[in-house]
Every structure is written in structure tokens, then in C-alpha cells.
Design a protein around this ligand. Structure first.
Ligand code: C2G
Length: 131
């Protein structure tokens, strides 16, 4: 038995890369199940992010991964508490670029920030293609 029953993590996951996959794999080392909430294109506009890969394709890629058990939509900043309660998540995980930002979730589940994978990011991939 792993320490946690069901983990959830949120993100855009544009140009899916090893940083995203390593995050999911590390979460699955300690959680039986992983739910991934993928930011919609409309929510990315609110976040000020323009995606290369459309929302439906980003969700399809993530849903196909062996380490992912469920994919949901992320449409707002405000949905996390309801998601965690509705899905019965006991673990919330983000990369540590978000350290501290989601500590308000601690009354509802364990909150964990994992080190980002260095040397890869969607913006770096975009920049290298545009050269
Ligand atoms: N990440 C990582 N290593 C990288 C790049 C990203 O561990 N080299 C992690 C980030 O820390 C984040 C997740 O992968 O936890 C998704 O990153 P993004 O797709 O950039 O998501 P973001 O725009 O941060 O959206 O409500 C939360 C937001 O939706 C998070």
C-alpha cells in the first residue's frame, strides 16, 4: 500500500515533456491513483498562457499515459477544494515553482511541492523551435 490513495495535480501540460512525465511518475510512487486536471484554453487565457497544443489533444495525451488514472478539466482557480472533496483526494501535488501558493488546501488534503525537472520547459521547447 502506498501512503496516499488518490493524488491530484493541475497544469497546462503544453508540448508534453519529461518534466511533466517525471512529476506524474514521482506522484505515482506515493499515491495509488493520480488525477490530472488539465487547464482549458479559456483558463489558460486567464493565466495569460497561449498553448501550442489544443486542450482536447493535451487531455488526450495525458489520458493515454499508464501513470494517469483520471483526467478532469481545469476551468478556474477556484475549483480545487471542490475537486479534492468530490474526488476524495488525500494528496495535492505541484512542482515547487508553486511552493506555498496552495497551502490553503492543507485542511482538505496533504499538500506537496516536488522539485521541478531542470533543463526542460514548454517555453524552452517553443524558443528552440522558433530559432
Ligand atoms: N513542471 C515540472 N518540471 C518542469 C516543468 C513543469 O515539474 N520542467 C511541473 C510544474 O511545476 C507544474 C506542472 O509541471 O506542477 C505543470 O506545469 P505547467 O503546465 O506549466 O502548469 P502551470 O501553467 O504551472 O499551471 O492551477 C494550477 C495551474 O493550472 C498550474
Amino acid at each position: 500500500m502506498k501512503p496516499y490513495k488518490r493524488a491530484i495535480t493541475y497544469g497546462t501540460f503544453d508540448l508534453f515533456h519529461m518534466g511533466h512525465l517525471r512529476l506524474f511518475e514521482r506522484i505515482k510512487e506515493i499515491a495509488e491513483e493520480l488525477v490530472v486536471a488539465v487547464s482549458s484554453d479559456a483558463f489558460n487565457a486567464i493565466k495569460g498562457k497561449i498553448c501550442v497544443i489544443p486542450f482536447e489533444d493535451r487531455k488526450h495525451i495525458i489520458a493515454a499515459l499508464r501513470v494517469v488514472d483520471q483526467v478532469i478539466d481545469e476551468n478556474s482557480w477556484e475549483q480545487k477544494i471542490e475537486d479534492i472533496q468530490k474526488l476524495g483526494c488525500d494528496l495535492f501535488v505541484m512542482g515547487d515553482d508553486w511552493k506555498g501558493e496552495f497551502d490553503f488546501l492543507t485542511p482538505y488534503c496533504h499538500v506537496l511541492y516536488l522539485p521541478r525537472t531542470e533543463g526542460v520547459s514548454s517555453s524552452e521547447i517553443k524558443a528552440s523551435i522558433q530559432k
